[in-house]
Ligand binder design. Structure first.
Ligand code: SF4
Ligand code: SF4
Ligand code: SF4
Length: 259
């Protein structure tokens, strides 16, 4: 897989049919609640929602950040960035600390409280489907191309073109392109994004400081384990830093050798 993928949601094209919502439920074997999907919320049983603001429908799902805070805070590496660009979760590694829930700037991850084994629930951009050449179930189900899947570069171009060619229809901004360092889910809207419930005023930079603040806010639910996890966090951070440094050195060496 060479190119990074992404999803474009265009609120100006969404007719609120709920096909994406149902497609996601079906694909992830979640409880079907097709009667009143507009009042549903993200939960351990719902990975994407359709919400109505006046006469505009807005989808919510994991934004698949470029530099995800859920990945950076997880002390055991249960979250990771897939080669597709999706941010994926491995329940076998999860210890249930819920740092990811505290740290996510878009308030996406949800916890499954009913099970003894810790489980965090969120959209995984249908990573396993993408890897075998299919498209995410929500994009496949959408009848209007309000939800569009493709190479990230291509959907960025589509988003820019739609705004340029139809200035009167769009608020002149692509949500997710720069917010919190950028993401693989991009949103177009006819109105300012906060009017559709998207998190406003996110900085353009990735959010290491938010990560740090989130760590400060973790309640002492895990007692002595908290100290252990704090240590693990720094170890994970250091491990990532070393990996980055080593990758840089390797690249330098390769460049040098190819000269
Ligand atoms: S939106 Fe939240 S859960 Fe999704 S990748 Fe970004 S930080 Fe992680
Ligand atoms: S990409 Fe897959 S998991 Fe994510 S909202 Fe769409 S159907 Fe659900
Ligand atoms: S399937 Fe497409 S048109 Fe229907 S609610 Fe979802 S995004 Fe909107």
């Amino acid at each position: 897989m060479s190119k990074q993928k992404g999803i474009l949601f265009d609120a100006t094209l969404c007719i609120g049919c709920g096909a994406c919502y149902e497609g996601c439920k079906q694909k992830n074997k979640l409880t079907q609640t097709n009667k009143d999907f507009l009042s549903d919320h993200l939960s351990d049983d719902t990975y994407t929602t359709i919400e109505l603001y006046g006469d505009i429908y807005a989808r919510k799902l994991c934004m698949h950040c470029d530099e995800p805070t859920c990945v950076s805070v997880c002390p055991v590496g249960a979250f990771s960035k897939s080669e597709t660009g999706a941010v994926v979760y491995d329940g076998n590694k999860c210890i249930g600390c819920r740092y990811c829930m505290q740290a996510c700037p878009h308030k996406v991850p949800r916890y499954k409280w009913e099970t003894a084994k810790p489980v965090i629930c969120k959209c995984n951009m249908c990573d396993e489907r993408i890897k075998i050449g299919k498209i995410p179930a929500c994009a496949e189900a959408c009848p209007t191309e309000a939800t569009l899947f493709g190479d990230l570069d291509d959907i960025i171009q589509v988003a820019k073109r739609r705004i340029k060619e139809n200035k009167r229809n769009y608020y002149p901004h692509i949500y997710g392109l720069e917010e919190a360092g950028g993401s693989h889910v991009l949103i177009l809207s006819p109105v300012p994004f906060e009017k559709l419930g998207y998190t406003p005023h996110l900085p353009k930079e990735p959010m290491p400081m938010l990560t740090m603040n989130a760590m400060d806010k973790i309640p002492p639910i895990i007692g002595v384990g908290g100290l252990f996890l704090g240590g693990m966090f720094w170890l994970t951070k250091r491990k990532n830093q070393i990996a980055r440094e080593e990758a840089g050195k390797k690249k330098e060496l390769q460049n040098h050798e190819s000269r």
